[in-house]
Design a protein around this ligand. Structure first.
Ligand SMILES: NC(=O)c1ccc[n+]([C@@H]2O[C@H](COP(=O)([O-])OP(=O)(O)OC[C@H]3O[C@@H](n4cnc5c(N)ncnc54)[C@H](O)[C@@H]3O)[C@@H](O)[C@H]2O)c1
Length: 269
């Protein structure tokens, strides 16, 4: 019996060497697909490949590539095509994830926002997603089949609550950078545009809005953020795998241009 959750081909994952990239890769590999793992960080990519030892080596392709450089992304497509791999999915996941710092020089005040950071972060988060959509999306459109997931955030739906980034000991007031909000909202627009643009070419495109993932945050932050979330905690990194499989596979065949929100309920409060 064929499962509606089966992934029948290769899925390109950008920013694959990061915290969530590994989870996306495992989700695909465990449901019959193969992966092209793209990241700018070669060492972390190699380390990820070593970690995926339990999966078939031939199903895991790694590519050191800067997604803001169209030529580099085209070269990845060329190599994938030479290997006669059929691309059926793209996860636009790469980002420069800003750590909200306690440093006086980098508090992300809107009045003094560093415009070099604006260029850098939007280049990866928005332009990089566009370039990958153009290149891998066109390839899938030619084959009349494919699913694209743009990874946004709960902060692609609501504004950050800056109060959780500060405590009594903070030497300056810290803010989640404006770039994060702008990029994560922009991806919703890219999703809707892509979904309608290729609607006659078998391409579906949806946005996934994950809530914050428990990593190495301090206890003060953890207790403040948990109060904003009806389920009372941040996500475990594995908790988005089901959504990724659903959105990539035919299980979501009637879903396009839409948003899937997995945030412990944060955006309903
Ligand atoms: N971690 C969270 O709590 C969280 C919550 C909501 C949404 N998200 C979103 O999920 C996605 C993945 O998050 P993460 O926590 O795994 O981030 P991460 O920082 O761990 O990984 C991001 C990866 O992108 C890569 N990257 C950066 N610039 C690149 C470029 N020019 N070309 C290719 N690769 C590049 C980095 O090297 C890194 O490996 C991001 O879009 C993030 O905004 C994360």
């Amino acid at each position: 019996m064929t499962s509606i959750f089966k992934i029948n081909g290769l899925v390109v994952i950008t920013g694959a060497a990061g915290l969530l990239g590994e989870q996306h890769a495992k989700a695909v590999l465990e449901h019959g697909g193969s992966v092209a793992l793209i990241d700018i960080n070669k060492q972390k990519l190699q380390a990820l490949k070593n970690k995926l030892i339990d999966y078939k080596n031939e199903n895991i392709n790694i590519f050191e590539c800067d997604i803001t450089d169209k030529n580099q992304v085209e070269n990845v497509l060329k190599t994938i095509n030479e290997g006669k791999n059929n691309i059926v999915g793209l996860i636009n996941n790469a980002a420069i994830n800003p750590i909200v710092s306690q440093s006086l020089n980098d508090s992300n005040e809107l009045e003094n926002f560093n415009l070099d950071n604006w260029d850098l972060e939007l280049n990866v988060g928005v332009k990089g997603a566009l370039i990958c959509t153009m290149i891998f999306g066109s390839n899938m459109a030619k084959n009349k089949y494919g699913s694209i997931i743009n990874i946004s955030s709960d902060l692609g739906l609501i504004a950050p609550d800056h109060r959780i980034y500060n405590n009594k000991k903070s030497i300056s007031k810290n803010y989640k950078p404006v770039t994060y909000s702008v990029i994560k909202h922009a991806l919703v627009g890219l999703t809707k545009y892509t979904a309608t643009y290729w609607h006659e070419h078998g391409i579906r495109c949806n946005t996934l809005h994950p809530g914050g993932i428990r990593d190495d945050q301090n206890s003060d932050f953890l207790s403040k953020v948990s109060e904003l979330i009806p389920l009372g905690r941040m996500a475990n990194k594995e908790e988005y795998r089901g959504a990724v499989v659903f959105l990539l596979s035919d299980a979501s065949s009637y879903m396009t241009g839409s948003s899937m929100v997995i945030d412990g309920g944060r955006t309903i409060w």
